[in-house]
Design a protein around this ligand. Sequence first.
Ligand code: ADP
Ligand code: TRP
Length: 321
Amino acid sequence: MRILTGLQPSGKLHVGNYFGAIKPAIDAQGEGDGYYFIADYHAMTTTHDPNELRENVRGVAIDFLACGFDPSKGVFFKQSAVPEVNELAWILSTVCPMGLLERCHSYKDKIAKGISANHALFAYPALMAADILLYDSNVVPVGEDQKQHLEVTRDLVGKINDLYGEGTLVMPTARIRSDVAKVPGLDGEKMSKSYNNTLPIFGDEKPLKKLIMRIKTDSAAVEDPKPTENSIILALYQLFASDGDYRQMITDYEQGGCGYGDFKKRLAEAYWDYFAPMRARREELVAHPEEVDAVLQAGAEKAREEATKVLNRVRRAVGLI
Ligand code: ADP
Ligand code: TRP
């Protein structure tokens, strides 16, 4: 079974990204043949700053390795290291109805936000389909927001296989991470870089711990029992603390006698300890960029070898060779 997913190079990794995307991807390693790539061509639909693109791609590569991706168990590469993906995207475009792309929410949302409508932004789902199909992927773990793109991909497989024969492309299945709860941000809304409410996972101790002190709470006095429902502190603490420590905090909430300042301190400690091994690994990688390059290089070679096989099969089926 081949599992594939793409990671957007979009700046500083936060706790929501970690629990919503990075950790599930790393946990899926070993379940099958894992393919993970940094979607740098996709990032170009919204970024035209070469330095920013390079830095962000570098950033995700380092972060993903620091978070525990094991290169001996899977393939990790940059999307653009396998330019063959563009040829498959083109072939898919020739059977892709305009209406299918026009209906895509993510495109409509971006336009509504004022992002100018270039062709790449519009055609993005065809490239995403190619990302998946180029490696004969079976399972694609993604967030809820990508569900529609997987449906487009499946539609395109149907069309190609109808036209050129069953088996030309492998039909993939989406694995929607609906079991992953939305991680709340410091203000209680969904944690997101667009809401300016994030808790980054890498950075300096003092400013990061200070962010936790900014979490919104009610005005209950130290001695009062405190509501556990919808508590941002508890929701975050559960991600980092042991079961025992989490239960203890619930008891302290219910009994009263502990202030929010104390709960925030416990949360800050648990958060800091949780990511400590990843921070240490990240420092090593920053000091040895050649290690990161070697992983991406090996990944690219393996991915390209697979891609060439699949693409040749498709080229033959459609009559290019
Ligand atoms: P942001 O909302 O900060 O822009 P992205 O849209 O770049 O984050 O998300 C990258 C990945 O992280 C997606 O797979 C998304 O589902 C996941 N993710 C982002 N924020 C959260 C969150 N608060 N809780 C759970 N998963 C999240
Ligand atoms: N569009 C995805 C996102 O925004 C990233 C992505 C690109 C992807 N190509 C993919 C995910 C292929 C899964 C499979 O998160």
